[in-house]
Design a protein around this ligand. Sequence first.
Ligand code: FAD
Length: 468
Amino acid sequence: MPDSKYDIVVIGAGPGGYPAAIRCAQKGAKVALVEKENVGGTCLNWGCIPTKALLASTELVAKAREAEEFGVKITGVEPDWSAIQARKQKVTDTLVGGILQLLKANGIDLVKGAASINADKNVSVETADGAVTLETDKIIIATGSDPAELPTFDFSQPAVMTSTDALTLDHVPESLIIVGSGVIGSEFACIFSTLGTSIVMLELMDRMLPTEDSRVAKQMRSTFRKQGIDIRTETTVEEVLEYRDDGIKVKLSSGDELEAEKLLVSIGRKFNSAGLGLEELGVEMDDRGRIMVNERMETNVPDVYAIGDVVGGILLAHTATFEGLVAAENATRGDAAIDYSVVPACIFTTPEIGSVGLNSDKAAEQGIEVNVSRFSFGALGKALAMGEDYGFVQLVIDAKTDKVLGAQVMGPHASDLVHEVAVAIKMGATAEDIASTIHAHPSLPEAIMEAAEASHGKAIHVAPPKKR
Ligand code: FAD
């Protein structure tokens, strides 16, 4: 039974909530953390980590199949889905165990059950042993998001899946329709296409990865096509013609009919704010249930903060964590404000995509005059040695000041490489600063240095334009 009086109650133990709880405890507050499912939230249990564990397995499969190109003979490469799933679960369990230890070490009471907030701003929790009330001075809401569903589909049918269902499939489907070509849909396309699933991906907009830089999205589409993924843009499912136990038949907006064993809906997320008692408390939300907050992560109700996916904006684990730390600081008499100017966003497809700051499309929209400078991995020794010479680094540089404003990386370790540019943007570095920093050879970050040099027409490994 938890204590009944706390300084701060955090609702939701995802990557937003549990770091917020720990930071509050580090600052001397008495903290309860309420979680209705597993600590780690979507990220650890149904999102970032399980997908990356599956991708680690499928990338190994792909690499093993290419082994002969590296002079290594591997015969009988055979992915074992149940073993892949077991490894994924082990990774998740290890991380969940680590969080439980951290909570204990920081003296945080973990209360298992669904929370709601009373009119007197205390928190009620429906635990397995009955309802408890946690008296508290302050509340941080970190209830995250769930997969958004489309009314076109009946999610009780075995063929229709959310991303959470796709993570726990008991076998690899023979065929899969993916509705939505955003980050989550694209990562699942990579996982299952490597395992032999035949995939059709549908996208309502005129290009896949609609929120990415247009050049990146275009090149990714051609890569996906080479991997055998059939991408149909400006297309969606008009109606379901048939649900079967072993499949689904749909009619597309193009008029085509399509059958598959499974259909994954990955069209975005819905905010988890219903049932928390927020309307009664007068917490301001938009018409989609997103909780409105200021830069201190305060809602309009005093002493009630909200963070992470449930406040919308950038739905990423690291943003949730940073918002959590800002809320924790402010809830413990500190003074912090969130800064979204540098948020790396990564897509763990093959090849990976990492982007940060401004891209050329956004620069044009905002009327900022920029130089866009690229360097191709095809000209980089390390990338060739690794057999991963596909893609490029693209730097977006202020044409007047030479300051680096953004980067898009598509290629090997893009999710790691983008962080060099993130620090450069944060420090206000110029392309010259990057170009004049000695980078180790042979290494992938040399591509960033070369792109910076190229912006001044000085890249060593880029041929100058032909003289007429
Ligand atoms: P969540 O992680 O959703 O946690 C909220 C928690 O609150 C949950 O545990 C929930 O059970 C609990 N909760 C909800 N309501 C209540 C209640 N009433 N009482 C008690 N507990 C409650 N992001 C990345 O940065 N990188 C990635 O690679 C990445 N991959 C992803 C892959 C997939 C398939 C998905 C779905 C998401 C991915 N994300 C990724 C997004 C990332 O998972 C989320 O942005 C992040 O988890 C949001 O954190 P959060 O703490 O706000 O919410």
